[in-house]
Design a protein around this ligand. Sequence first.
Ligand code: SF4
Length: 320
Amino acid sequence: MVGWRDAAARRASARASSARERGVRPSLQHVEGGAIEAPHALDQRREHPFEVAQAGAAVHEDEAGAGGADDPAEPATPVAENAAEVSDLAAGAADLAEVSARSSVCRACPRLVSWREEVAAGKRRAFQTQPYWGRPVAGWGDEAPRILVVGLAPAAHGGNRTGRIFTGDRSGDWLFAAMHRVGLANQAASVHSGDGLLLTGTRVVATVRCAPPANKPTPAERDACAHWLDREVGLVLSSVRAVVALGSYAWEATFGTLRRNGVAVPRPRPRFGHGAEVTTGGVTVLGCFHPSQQNTFTGKLTEGMLESVFARAKEHAGLE
Ligand code: SF4
């Protein structure tokens, strides 16, 4: 499996010239030989997130958390400042690496930008010594997946800390452990972005790429970020045979992006439920309760329930 981090490295210089050729507004102010501070502090001063992350990686390269260790962006990566710019930049992204790079420096939703950086600045006590990513979290996994997993948004101290979706929090522990049990992941642990986790035929993406307060994006934030989701889904749809939607929010987002990508969606739209399955356009969408602590602590979602959905997804995807 080749991840976006590898692809981003290979294509970094190509993106820079491509962006210039298209006349897309270049990146924000760069650091030129000045002192490098903590990631969040720099971001709040409107430095380019790539520079921010590189600074964090240089200081903390041996620590878990790994914010910026494999940054998909570079100084020339264009930055979206509003939904219209997200639409333009997403539509113009040539490949997954470019979607990852451009979305990873996005600043289109002021409330979420403030929140993700505020969380990164404050940190949780247990992670005080770690750098926080504090930026949008890109999709991750197989570049030609047969299974797509759609979540809601990065957790404040999970993906927003580690820079990888469902990584470093209890939801991710549940998710990847279940995927490991059915053979879709090479290990159960998902601790930080350099932990060696590899997915088999599977890609994971968030409906909204920035951590939202109380895990509740506004409709406007959802709609702005849908441009990134649509482009990413459009780039992988030809290989996808099953989509696991984690929760009703992701369920709605999944049918929305499938429709916008030309897949016929039943009307009325199918209702979400754990274990629900809807096949359309050669893709089966499977509903699954989100592995949130609220669901796992209360027993609403058990390990067996989660595992069985992924086993079904694997069947639909034709993965052995
Ligand atoms: S939620 Fe999406 S659109 Fe909004 S700032 Fe984050 S990456 Fe950009």
